[in-house]
Design a protein around this ligand. Structure first.
Ligand SMILES: C[S@@+](CC[C@H](N)C(=O)[O-])C[C@H]1O[C@@H](n2cnc3c(N)ncnc32)[C@H](O)[C@@H]1O
Length: 333
């Protein structure tokens, strides 16, 4: 399978190192742009998306398989429409994600409208925000890479793995986008989660996002929480450190623990380990690993092994809104 992948440009080298270590069939073909590459491997995109999620390959953001390579001057739009017609599932919604690296003055909106109108005329349903399948197009000067796949196989529903969340009137801080992105990208179902605890919750972005899904949140941080978050009925702020909380309150059980504390990763995991019996069976953990300067893959792997003494690792990824950190998802053993 040939595919286009994206990662943070600054993480390109570590991402290639990861692929080389974890997938012996991975072959880098070329860079298309900063943090966007073309590569090849064995297997199909569904298997590969599972492999990336479970292994996990951390520094990748998004992939899209390439079904066809066209040239810009051929009747490329006609060929894209015919590929879509053959590969899209009629009972599922679709959208088109178009990217390019050319200096040619491309009217991408006009191209998208033209292509989606023609595809809809064939009886397919467009849903730009929450599509189930994606027609991916990357225009690389004269070459056009095109593929059709289900959104899960692309690792993220966002074009190139880059979400664009709006700062609404209840905006608290950019950290809330990290939590939103984690819930979106890892497709986390919060509907069965009743009680949650947020380690290092101030100013309250994560607590707000989780409380808004209906979870009763205990927010623990010696720092002040934003007033907008404190007015939510299902938020209780304990203005203290985790260590103090554990000393004073030891009775409550949780369905989810989230942890964004600025702290040495292993120390942070150790503190969460003390909460292990406070996590209900199948309870979920979402935490960030703050990466030290000059971090290596080896160091991250060690931290992940350390986490696995206390919890079952589900996946880990450097999300778009992560800065010098990765987001890790785990559950109770
Ligand atoms: C990056 S901020 C968290 C941002 C938060 N996730 C949000 O969405 O607003 C890190 C927080 O960890 C808190 N913190 C650091 N050590 C802590 C500890 N031992 N117990 C509780 N909070 C701690 C800091 O006070 C700081 O507010």
């Amino acid at each position: 399978m040939r595919f286009i992948f994206t990662c943070d440009e600054l993480s390109s080298n570590i991402m290639l190192e990861e692929f080389e270590q974890k997938d012996p069939n991975f072959k880098m073909l070329k860079w298309l742009n900063g943090g966007i590459g073309l590569a090849e491997t064995n297997g199909n995109s569904k298997e590969y998306a599972h492999f990336i999620y479970n292994k996990p390959i951390i520094f990748i953001r998004h992939i899209c398989k390439v079904d066809l390579v066209l040239t810009y001057y051929s009747n490329w739009k006609y060929k894209v429409i015919s590929l879509a017609k053959n590969k899209l599932n009629r009972s599922k919604t679709f959208s088109i994600q178009l990217r390019h690296n050319t200096d040619i003055n491309l009217d991408t909106n006009q191209i998208l409208t033209e292509l989606s109108t023609k595809i809809c005329e064939q009886g397919f349903t467009l849903d730009v925000k929450n599509c189930e399948q994606v027609v991916s197009i990357f225009i690389d000067n004269q070459d056009i890479y095109c593929g059709v796949d289900s959104v899960e196989n692309n690792l993220s529903k966002f074009k190139g793995g880059i979400p664009h969340y709006a700062e609404n009137e209840d905006f608290v801080c950019r950290a809330e986008f990290k939590m939103k992105e984690a819930l979106d990208v890892f497709d986390i179902d919060t509907s069965n989660l009743k009680n949650g605890v947020d380690f290092g919750s101030a100013p309250g972005g994560w607590t707000k996002v989780l409380a808004q899904t209906g979870i009763n949140m205990v927010a623990i941080d010696p720092a002040e929480m934003d007033k907008k978050v404190l007015t939510l009925k299902n938020v209780e702020h304990k203005k203290m450190t985790i260590q103090e909380y554990f000393f004073h309150y030891n009775d409550k059980k949780f369905d989810i623990i989230v942890n964004d504390m600025k702290m040495d990763v292993q120390k942070s995991i150790q503190l969460m380990g003390k909460f292990r019996d406070k996590l209900n069976p199948n309870g979920l953990i979402i935490m960030t690993f703050k990466l030290p300067k000059n971090y290596t893959l080896n160091l991250i792997e060690k931290d992940l092994l350390f986490l696995q003494k206390e919890f079952k690792l589900i996946t880990a990824r450097q999300l778009f809104y992560n800065r010098s950190e990765i987001t890790v998802v785990a559950k109770s053993l």
